[in-house]
Design a protein around this ligand. Structure first.
Ligand code: G6P
Length: 368
C-alpha cells in the first residue's frame, strides 16, 4: 500500500496532487487546439440528437452531483440548452416528467451507485436518451447507458472524491462546448474556451505549491465546530463541494451557500468562532463578494478568501488569502476547488481523522 501511495501519506493527498496529470489525460485526444475541435468519440452518434434535446436532466449523488451542478451552468452558458440537476435518489421517486425529447446525463465515479443506476433505468424506460459520465471502465452504469464518456482519472482510492470530480467537470465542459458548435458559439469562441481549459493543468500545478500555506491556515481552524463556504455562479457548486469535503473527512459541520443567500440565514450563525471560506475571484460579482466579506468581518467572523493573484484589495479585508492564477469564469471551478480539497485534507489529518476511510462512508454506495 505504501508503494501505491507513491510517497504521499494518504491516497487522498496523492490523488489531489495527481490532478494536473489527470486533467491532461481527460483532454488527451479530445481537444484539438489549432482549429477548436472537440472530439467525444463515445457520444458522437448521439451528438445531433443531444443538440436538439428539449432539455437535459443531470442525475447523480454526492460529489458527482456537484459536478452536475457545474455542468448545468456550463451547458446553459455555452449551449443555451435548459438543464435541470437532480439527486438521483429524488428523481427516481417522483415520477419525473420525461420522454424521448429529453436527454438524461448520469454522472458516477464508480458507475455502481444504486440510486444513480435506478435513475438511469427509469429514464430509459420513459424513452429518454441516457448519457453516462463514469470513471470505472465497464461499470454497470457505463454499460447500461446509451452512450457516454469516461473520465479517465485512474483508480480513485480515497473515499472523498477529488481527481474524479475535476475530471467530471472537464468532461462536462467539453460536452458543453461540443453542444455549442455550429449553434451558439462560433469556432473562434470555442477555440478560446479550449485554450483556457488547456491552461488549467499548469495553473493547478501552481495552486498545489500553496500546500504549506494552506497547512498553516488549517492549523488555525482545526478545532472549529462549524465552517461556511460561499461562492457565486460557476463557483456556487464549488462552495458546496468544499463544505462536503470538510464534513466527509474532518467531521466538522460545514455548509456551502450561494454568497448572496448568506443574508437569508447563515449570517445569523456568524461570530468569532465561525470561519467563512469565500471564493472571491475577480469577476462580475467580485464587488458583491467583497461586501459579503465586510458583513462577515463586522460580525467578527474569520475570513479565508480564495482570490486572484494581483488582487490587493482583498488582503485588507480577509484574515487569510490564498492567491490563485486568474482564468476565464467557466474554468474557475477547476482551480478554486483545489485549495478547498487541500484545506479539508490538512484539517482532517491535524484532527487525526482517517482521511482515506472516513467513518460511516463508503466509496461506492451500492445499496439504497
Ligand atoms: C459516495 C462517495 C462519494 C461519491 C458518491 C457518489 O457517497 O463517498 O465520494 O461522490 O458516493 O458516488 P459515484 O461513484 O456515483 O460518483
Amino acid at each position: 500500500e505504501e508503494i501505491e501511495k507513491g510517497g504521499f501519506d494518504h491516497f487522498m493527498l496523492k490523488e489531489i496532487f495527481e490532478q494536473p496529470t489527470v486533467m491532461k489525460d481527460v483532454m488527451r485526444g479530445r481537444v484539438r487546439l489549432d482549429d477548436g475541435l472537440v472530439r467525444l468519440g463515445g457520444i458522437e452518434d448521439y451528438l445531433e440528437q443531444i443538440k436538439g434535446a428539449r432539455r437535459i436532466v443531470i442525475c447523480a449523488c454526492g460529489t458527482s452531483w456537484h459536478a452536475g451542478l457545474i455542468g448545468e451552468y456550463l451547458i446553459e452558458e455555452f449551449a443555451r440548452i435548459s438543464v435541470e440537476v437532480d439527486y438521483a435518489s429524488e428523481f427516481r421517486y417522483r415520477n419525473p416528467i420525461l420522454d424521448k425529447n429529453d436527454v438524461v446525463i448520469v454522472i458516477s465515479q464508480s458507475g455502481e451507485t444504486a440510486d444513480t443506476l435506478a435513475a438511469l433505468r427509469l429514464a430509459k424506460e420513459k424513452g429518454a436518451t441516457v448519457i453516462g459520465i463514469c470513471n470505472v471502465v465497464g461499470s454497470t452504469i457505463a454499460r447500461e447507458t446509451h452512450c457516454g464518456m469516461y473520465t479517465h482519472a485512474g483508480p480513485e482510492i480515497g473515499v472523498a472524491s477529488t481527481k474524479a470530480f475535476t475530471a467530471q467537470v472537464i468532461v462536462l465542459y467539453l460536452l458543453a462546448l461540443a453542444l455549442s458548435k455550429g449553434r451558439t458559439l462560433d469556432d473562434h469562441e470555442i477555440e478560446l474556451y479550449l485554450r483556457e481549459l488547456s491552461a488549467v493543468p499548469d495553473k493547478v500545478g501552481k495552486i498545489l505549491d500553496l500546500n504549506d500555506q494552506i497547512l498553516a491556515i488549517a492549523r488555525s481552524y482545526k478545532d472549529s465546530k462549524n465552517c461556511l463556504y460561499l461562492g457565486r455562479g460557476f463557483n456556487f457548486p464549488v462552495a458546496l463541494e468544499g463544505a462536503l469535503k470538510l464534513k466527509e473527512i474532518s467531521y466538522i459541520h460545514a455548509e456551502g451557500y450561494p454568497a448572496a443567500e448568506m443574508k437569508h440565514g447563515p449570517i445569523a450563525l456568524i461570530d468569532e468562532d465561525m470561519p467563512v471560506v469565500f471564493i472571491a475571484n475577480c469577476d462580475a460579482t467580485y464587488t458583491k463578494i467583497l461586501s459579503n466579506i465586510e458583513e462577515v468581518r463586522s460580525r467578527k467572523g474569520k475570513v479565508i478568501a480564495i482570490a486572484n493573484e494581483g488582487d490587493e484589495d482583498i488582503g485588507v479585508l480577509a484574515d487569510h488569502v490564498l492567491y490563485i492564477p486568474s482564468a476565464a469564469g467557466p474554468v474557475t471551478p477547476l482551480l478554486n476547488v483545489i485549495p478547498l480539497q487541500i484545506l479539508s485534507y490538512h484539517i482532517a489529518t491535524l484532527r487525526n481523522c482517517n482521511v482515506d476511510r472516513p467513518r460511516n462512508l463508503a466509496k461506492s454506495v451500492t445499496v439504497e
